[in-house]
Design a protein around this ligand. Sequence first.
Ligand code: GLU
Length: 461
Amino acid sequence: MRIRTRFAPSPTGFLHVGSARTALYCWLFAKKMQGQFILRIEDTDQERSTPEAVKAILEAMVWLDLDWDEGPYYQTQHFSRYREVAEQLLRSQHAYRCYCSKERLEKLRENQLANKQKPRYDGHCRDLSVQSSLETSYVIRFRNPEVGEVMIEDCVRGRVIIQNAELDDLIIFRSDGTPTYNFTVVVDDWDMKITHVIRGDDHLNNTPRQINILKALGANLPIYAHIPMILGSDGKRLSKRHGAVSVQQYCEDGILPEALLNYLVRLGWSHGDQEIFTRDEMIQYFDLHDINKAPSAFNPEKLLWLNQHYIKTGDPALLVKHFQWQLEQLGINTTEGPKLQEVLIAQRERVKTLKEMAEKSRFFYQDFEAIRPEFLEQQAPGIIEPLLALYQAFENISVWQAKTIQEVLEEKANQFGLKLGKLAQPLRLVVTGGTVSPPIDVTLQLIGKKRVLERLKRALS
Ligand code: GLU
């Protein structure tokens, strides 16, 4: 049997990190089993679904590099198929038309609540022998078995049993002719030959209903794995209140896709004590049965730690496109100035995100308000003269290399009886506009001779 998993987001907003983790687990399991991973956009809720959300989800999937083998399929393109299957269920008496008015259903609900009963449909139209005239509006309900139980052998939760008596006759088609969520999922999972449904455990309540419909259709049942949710630091479900929750936000904040994936794979799954996983390792070790039963709490510090790891150790040639994107977001033009890859290598030990790296690299490409001589004098009394001497020495350097720059710096520091740092720090201020940068020789080399001389001149005159 070919393993087939699917990721089925509803496009009502950005891709939440919880959904991204679900997508990752579906993807990993398909890869591990040499199966197929299907992307299905569940856009039947036409009021809440938007094209922008579809775009954001697809972009996030591409950014995370979770490639899909089939799709994206769109549920709105399958309406005639859902209608066809509903008709099939009507013919086989597994479904029936319900003509109950809103008023009747409301009254029923009120009475049930007053009697401390769980509100549920009472089956009034189950066995109508004569169907009302065509003009009357109706919904289609699934005829749920009245007795017996539904058993789910969930890969994460273990065995879950639900009594059919707990479930009522679910609406599968609304009176406006649109299918409902539980029905479209079933038809698609069946048609798409999904073998493993891996999804958030907020759907666990839907599963017995879906299983009953699948059984009525004579379909093979998929294997289920319901993943516990992600919590914020306060133990409540992770939401915007806790900070960034969308994949797009993490991308904008300068997190690397590899770091986010590595973080998410460990959030709710483990393989011994291992923290860092390459993609191949994730695929090799991933197992649905190792998913934690308990919800996990999101830890932004750990994500930053992983991000730093990937920034420090990643292939600069691959990291550079993310760095460039960040610089563009800040409106920094990098066509003139040092090679991005060299700046990245110089900066990568000292930042936690690529956004931070971009912010700290502005001075390599852009000028800033000149440091005034009075300010320099105030910061480091007597520094103007050594800086002027340095200016002249720098002018004479023919090959602008960190090594030569360092030699000149040492020579001038000696000449003026200064510790190297006492010369380097004011110089750093003049050429970077700030007090933090990579080692001064590398910083100067990268800024370039022309810009270094210009900045010195500006500050000293
Ligand atoms: N569309 C549903 C959601 O975004 C997922 C349905 C499923 O995985 O079965 O929550």
